[in-house]
Design a binder for this molecule. Structure first.
Ligand code: NAD
Length: 295
């Protein structure tokens, strides 16, 4: 069935995700603080809303794709929050990567007003968002998960139900901690090869067919020139920003502390990404960690 969907946050991920909902035939109302992003979606067939309220009132499904917890909490909660405007028939899906505790808080407060909520962070990057092949990791009640799928299937390929509200965020943070470790490790291995006279393209082919194979090597090579379509070959234009990866690693370290988990590799990656931010690379793609190793 075709739905009326509200979508807020048309950035690197949200823009192509909303475009896929339009292409699937849904009526999509869009809003972003960045007017250019709204116009771009309007040109693709979405309806431009002039503010968050106009985007959200009366829709079947409302989706947010914002940078961090503070943006999500201020969108939904408090006196000026959408919590006071959303219809009780609307299912809210937050696809942003935020801490599980904030997701639970938003979910509980919305539930008190009779509004259904799931957290549904994504994996797959801008390429996955554009191709409609994202992985969604959903936390919430089973019947809400089933309803969320009506929209998520048009943006993604793998849709998992991880558990109750917040569980999507926990799984996502585990994944991104591992991703950051793989990106750092792949970078240092490639640079060591280069420093010892190897062609990084040849070395990448070898490791992709060997036991060092991983997602960053195969689909998101951090060494400029190895992979035409990777951010590394486009001046590290994001993609997925260093600032956002640093945020996710902060969430991972909080989760580790709360659960008394030992995460030495994750804490090393957190420190490397913080260092990269201090060098002014916060808005670069997260594969720019390669620059910490290159000469
Ligand atoms: P982005 O910064 O490109 O986009 C965020 C958008 O939200 C911007 O267009 C901004 O103008 C808008 N925005 C912020 N506050 C707003 C508000 N109050 N009202 C309306 N619009 C508002 O970020 P992104 O890369 O699209 O990432 C979004 C989320 O997805 C983050 O939580 C990130 O961690 C996660 N994520 C990103 C990737 C990736 O590869 N980029 C992959 C998986 C998950």
């Amino acid at each position: 069935a075709k739905l009326t969907i509200g979508f807020i946050g048309l950035g690197n991920m949200g823009g192509p995700m909303a475009a896929n909902l339009v292409n699937a035939g849904h009526t999509v109302r869009v809003f972003d603080l960045n007017k250019a992003a709204v116009s771009e979606l309007e040109a693709k067939g979405a309806m431009a809303a002039s503010d968050a309220a106009e985007c959200a009132i009366g829709v079947d499904i409302f989706i947010s794709m914002l940078p961090a917890s503070k943006h999500v909490k201020s969108l939904y909660l408090g006196e000026t929050g959408l919590i006071n405007l959303l219809d009780s028939k609307t299912l809210v899906i937050d696809c942003s990567t935020i801490d599980a505790e904030s997701a639970r808080q938003v979910g509980i407060e919305l539930a008190q007003k009779g509004i259904d909520f799931v957290d549904a962070p994504v994996s797959g990057g801008v390429a996955g968002a554009t191709a409609g092949t994202l992985t969604f990791i959903v936390g919430g009640e089973h019947r809400h998960f089933e309803k969320a799928k009506l929209a998520l299937v048009d943006m993604g390929k793998n849709i998992f139900h991880a558990g109750d509200i917040g569980a999507g965020q926990v799984a996502k943070i585990c994944n991104n901690m591992l991703l950051s470790i793989l990106m750092a490790g792949t970078s240092e291995a490639l640079q060591m090869g280069i420093n010892n006279g190897l062609d990084p393209k040849v070395l990448s082919d070898i490791m992709t067919a060997s036991s060092g194979r991983n997602w960053t090597l195969e689909l998101y090579n951090p060494c400029p020139g190895v992979m035409e379509t990777a951010p590394a070959s486009n001046d590290y234009k994001p993609g997925f920003m260093v600032d956002l990866m640093a945020k996710d690693l902060g969430l991972a370290m909080e989760a580790a502390q709360q659960s008394n988990s030992s995460t030495p590799m994750g804490s090393m990656a957190k420190n490397l990404y913080t260092m990269l931010q201090h060098q002014g690379a916060g808005s670069d793609d997260f594969s720019a960690i390669f620059k910490l190793f290159s000469k």
